[in-house]
Design a protein. Structure first.
Length: 132
């Protein structure tokens, strides 16, 4: 359900949540999380544009959380990194699968998707890293 970009975003945000008041360079986050730095830099930029992170250039710059980890839901991290088509993609890969034209798995799959969305909305970054 969750794409690679969103997984990378969650890993980076979890790392930043452990030092919420410190700016960290993309290269530092990449090294600490063992993620590819060029790709992660794009992910961090997207999260900054979405208001999840604050970025600052120059000495002492980098990225940090825009809000305390307990006030940052996983949904706020994942949503800007998802391909909007992923959320509505048919489990069986059909081009047309909606409530009006469902695939055989549609009725059973929709509650799973809804549960996934509820989990992301109800879980904070603080929950992810075990802090309050």
């Amino acid at each position: 359900m969750i794409n690679r970009t969103a997984r990378y975003g969650l890993r980076a945000v979890a790392y930043l949540a452990r030092r919420p008041d410190q700016f960290q360079l993309a290269a530092e986050v990449a090294a600490a999380t063992r993620l590819p730095q060029p790709y992660l830099a794009k992910v961090l930029k997207a999260l900054s544009e979405a208001g999840v992170l604050v970025s600052r250039k120059g000495p002492g710059g980098g990225f940090r959380l825009a809000r305390p980890p307990r006030r940052l839901s996983l949904a706020s991290v994942v949503t800007p990194l998802e391909d909007s088509r992923d959320a509505d993609r048919c489990l069986l890969g059909r081009n047309r699968c909606r409530s009006r034209v469902p695939c055989p798995a549609h009725r059973q799959w929709q509650p799973v998707v809804a549960g996934y969305r509820r989990f992301l909305a109800a879980t904070s970054v603080a929950d992810l890293v075990g802090s309050r």
